[in-house]
Design a protein around this ligand. Structure first.
Ligand SMILES: [Zn+2]
Length: 326
């Protein structure tokens, strides 16, 4: 059993309509606690929508057909706002269900509930509701499950979230995409999900580009999952090395025959909810390349110059996401 179609925030589409997909970007991120600052900094819906519609228009002009917003339910995701952005920009946007890691997410709510009962079934119920019925009281359905673990360990809480996701994945057929921290736990995430019944071909291990250790990459790929170089252009933040360290490794993996398991994206964050930051990330000189057009403007020419073919690029941008969703 699986979904006949892919849920976007504006309704179902078939997998062959996905086209070129950016598998891990963020329209919005809101660290838990942003909500309490709304007396000072209310959510400015109109300006967020305008900014996102402009960005989506730029990406459409570069040939992007679909953007996956990887923001978890407890990290500022605003599905109704994404729907308005998708309608106005005609970009296909897929949003996520899922929960952030224990450290930085909304885990306190669940950990409190765990004192009284079993939260695994409750989290599973939430994921299934968002995938098959709708988010909050809307009919907007999530199209992927996003999972997160911290550096060097998958905590008991995160393990419960992963187990709940594995159940919801098998009932719905949606892909699971993950966040790994500082180039750790990629293989452990894959093993945990596969042991819980998820097929490797439905799993995208994220932020693999944070590791420059070839053996780590080969070990994760050996489990059969998709591996995401999804922080292209992000240099020196969140442990993400410069592209000059990432791209040779990506090219090496392509040469070793892993093209059919590689995913490319930026982990770009268009806006942070809450009070405006004192400096806009896009104005920080070292983040000049961190933009979802970077792949098309800078990375693909570099890959081609290194001998990567148009067919291999198409495999990474179109066929691989299509198979993940299919
Ligand atoms: Zn992300």
């Amino acid at each position: 059993m699986g979904l006949a179609a892919v849920n976007t925030v504006t309704g179902p589409i078939s997998v062959d309509e996905l086209g070129v997909v950016l598998m891990h970007e963020h329209i919005l991120v809101g660290y838990p606690g942003w909500e309490v600052d709304q007396s000072v900094a209310p959510l400015d819906r109109a300006s967020l929508v305008a900014k996102a519609v402009k960005l989506m228009g730029e990406l459409r002009a570069l040939g992007v057909n679909t953007v996956v917003d990887a923001t978890t339910a407890d990290f500022g995701r605003q599905a109704d706002l994404y729907q308005e952005i998708a309608e106005k920009s005609e970009m296909q946007i897929i949003c996520a269900t899922g929960l952030y890691g224990e450290n930085r997410g909304g885990s306190e709510y669940w950990k409190f509930r765990a004192r009284f009962g079993e939260i695994g079934a409750e989290i599973y119920h939430l994921f299934l509701q968002e995938l098959t019925v709708g988010i909050k009281q809307s009919a907007i359905k999530a199209g992927v499950i996003k999972l997160v673990s911290g550096k060097g360990a998958i905590t008991d809480y995160e393990n419960k979230v992963f187990q709940a996701a594995a159940r919801a994945q098998q009932e719905t057929g949606v892909p699971i995409i993950t966040h790994t921290e500082m180039g750790t736990m990629g293989r452990e995430q894959a093993d945990l999900l596969i042991a819980a019944g998820v097929k490797p071909a439905k799993i995208q291990i994220g932020h693999m580009s944070n590791s420059t250790d070839l053996q780590y990459h080969l070990n994760v790929l050996a489990s059969g999952v998709y591996s995401a170089f999804d922080r292209l252009g992000l240099e020196g933040l969140a442990g993400s090395p410069p592209d000059s360290a990432k791209l040779p490794l990506l090219i090496e993996l392509i040469k070793r025959g892993f093209t059919e398991r590689l995913i490319l994206s930026h982990d770009y964050i268009m806006a942070f909810l809450g009070r405006p930051l004192s400096i806009n990330p896009s104005d920080i000189p070292s983040l000049a390349k961190w933009h979802p057009s970077h792949l098309f403007k800078n990375v693909l020419p570099e890959l081609k110059a290194a001998g990567v073919s148009d067919a291999q690029i198409s495999t990474m941008l179109k066929q691989n996401p299509c198979r993940l969703f299919g």
